[in-house]
Design a protein around this ligand. Sequence first.
Ligand SMILES: NC(=O)c1ccc[n+]([C@@H]2O[C@H](COP(=O)([O-])OP(=O)(O)OC[C@H]3O[C@@H](n4cnc5c(N)ncnc54)[C@H](OP(=O)(O)O)[C@@H]3O)[C@@H](O)[C@H]2O)c1
Length: 336
Amino acid sequence: MPAIEIAAPGGPEQLRLVSRPVPSPGEDEVLIRVIAAGVNRPDVAQRQGYYAPPPGASDIPGLEAAGEIVALGSNVSGWAIHDRVTALLAGGGYAGYAVATASLCLPIPGELTMLEAAALPETVFTVWSNVFERAGCKAGDVLLVHGGTSGIGTTTIQMAAAFGVRVFATAGSPEKARVCEDLGAVRGIDYRTEDFVEVMKRETGDAGADVILDMVAGAYVARNMAAAAMFGRIVCIAVLGGTKAQIDVALMMRKRLTLCGSMLRSSPVARKAEIADAVRKRVWPLVAAGRVRPIIHSTFPLSQAGAAHALMESSKHIGKIMLSVDADPLLVQQTP
Ligand SMILES: NC(=O)c1ccc[n+]([C@@H]2O[C@H](COP(=O)([O-])OP(=O)(O)OC[C@H]3O[C@@H](n4cnc5c(N)ncnc54)[C@H](OP(=O)(O)O)[C@@H]3O)[C@@H](O)[C@H]2O)c1
């Protein structure tokens, strides 16, 4: 099968189109003929050599893919050959075929295309588990999300707005800030010209944000604490601005803050299956109703995965960057 492998840690040119054997599903897994796969920032970190696949996961990048089930493991129930699914993967999505844990597959919601459905699992699972489960975000809360036009950010804004949360989002230009508002944020904040701590205080009558979803860390940690409300919950999911921070512990005590973080990919399968169940019950109906929709910036053929990564690193995109497998003229698929 065609697959993209990381020849050596480094730049986008290290992503190479190769031929690999079609993988066999384990007893709790299904084999998916991949139609489309999502590109996520953790794939970039993996390519650079900073984010190794967890034990047992494929070395092929790709944390989400959609397609048709073509083989079932011996323990799998509830899925059948030819079912159309989208799946959260621990790796292996940038390929013609991918194995997925059966409990981490979800049906294609509503009238979505395979491409649209492939754009959902990594961000929806991450946002649900961090914003709504860990941080307990609920209707009426004020939420601040950084990276508002990222794949994660565009998903967060729409999901939170649909659940009745008052959303604020930072982004790196006035145009991106407006997009955040178009997606449902009450205020997009251009962090290059505005201080998000001041904006949050002004917009909330000095109360601050009940929940903050952070992917920057570094100097943002102390500023998040300043922007947080009493009993605020700050969840960190990435360290784009650095891993080290200095904080005022007395402020954390005075505001009764909760600081936490998590990593989806290396979580136990049982935990990811719990998230999948919740996503299917709570988020899939919103997607089917068109209230949460994948925002796709651009789609590259699988063979041009390097160009997709270069675009992601430029941060010029708004929403998701995708790979299309069956539309790639360089690839000839053969059913195993
Ligand atoms: N922990 C987990 O389980 C988990 C799961 C999935 C994703 N993630 C993380 O979540 C983040 C978003 O993922 P994604 O796939 O949605 O990525 P993405 O679409 O590439 O978005 C990242 C965004 O962050 C902003 N950004 C980059 N560097 C920044 C900096 N130094 N300061 C402020 N903003 C910066 C950029 O927008 P601007 O132009 O606005 O700066 C960029 O669009 C990634 O860091 C990823 O690793 C974590």
